[in-house]
Ligand binder design. Structure first.
Ligand code: DGL
Length: 260
């Protein structure tokens, strides 16, 4: 076995979205080596069955483990909901960090507020989110919005084209002026924060990047796996849609500024 990414941190998503989490982890742990894998050939995950997402996630995780990673970050709310528990059971020796919609910090910042939760259908339907929102019921009013088609559209790039705004208007217009804050419950959405604000107004946005990066640092520290600070670590971007154009899109997302 080649173990070509020995001691890297493996990070995966259905596609480009997880790069929003990767950027934060790089900021917090610049010395670490990261292997990012986006499954763009199979995106979007949010419109598959939970069983399909589980199978795809398992295949990616197994590949990363064969390549020698020391930890895995599931940088996808949908795959976390469908596969995190199973992967942790299957690979108990490996730290596996998932993401979840940041409804707790949003509820703490806006007690009794009206909080829009944008996410994929799977994320909102599965037990993980249901349990989380049940635990926080009474702290704020959560309004879930299944953003069907949105992650798939972001995968196409061209984030300033009018059809993306049309899709956002169709999903969000009815909430404009009626909510206090927005949870971006899919790792693709931070890349279109400006466009979301154009529809909903200049509202506070909550994503999972910060919490996930801190959780990763904590887990690595607990297990004595943190790399000593020193030179900047490597970052490898890979996609299951392995074309020069796709990898260029990944690099553009990696360089993009998240505007909040
Ligand atoms: N980025 C993903 C998430 O956080 C998945 C989007 C999709 O592929 O549908 O949920």
């Amino acid at each position: 076995m080649s173990q070509r990414y020995r001691n890297y941190i493996g990070v995966f998503d259905s596609g480009v979205g997880g790069i929003s989490i990767l950027k934060k982890m790089k900021e917090l742990l610049p010395q670490e080596d990261f292997l990012f894998f986006g499954d763009s050939a199979n995106a979007p995950y949010g419109e598959k069955t939970p069983g399909q997402v589980l199978a795809l996630s398992e295949r990616i995780a197994r590949g990363m483990i064969d390549d020698g990673v020391k930890a895995i970050v599931i940088a996808c709310n949908t795959a976390t909901s469908a596969a995190a528990a199973y992967l942790r059971d299957s690979y108990p020796q490996l730290p596996i960090v998932g993401v979840e919609p940041a409804i707790k910090p949003a509820a703490e910042a806006f007690p009794n507020g009206r909080i829009l939760v944008m996410a994929t259908e799977i994320t909102l339907e599965l037990e993980k989110f249901r349990n989380l929102s049940k635990r926080l019921a009474g702290k704020a009013d959560f309004i879930p919005v299944k953003c069907i088609g949105l992650a798939g559209r972001i995968e196409e790039g061209r984030l300033h084209d009018p059809d993306l705004m049309d899709l956002l208007h169709s999903l969000l217009d009815r909430y404009a002026g009626r909510v206090d804050a927005v949870v971006l419950g899919c790792t693709h959405y931070p890349f279109i924060a400006d466009q979301i604000r154009q529809v909903l107004g200049d509202l506070p946005l909550f994503d999972s990047a910060d919490g996930t990066a801190r959780e990763l640092r904590h887990v690595l520290e607990m297990r004595g796996l943190i790399k000593d600070a020193g030179s900047e670590g490597r970052t490898v971007l890979l996609s299951s849609r392995d074309t020069p154009e796709e990898l260029e899109l990944y690099r553009r997302f990696f360089k993009a500024r998240i505007p909040y």
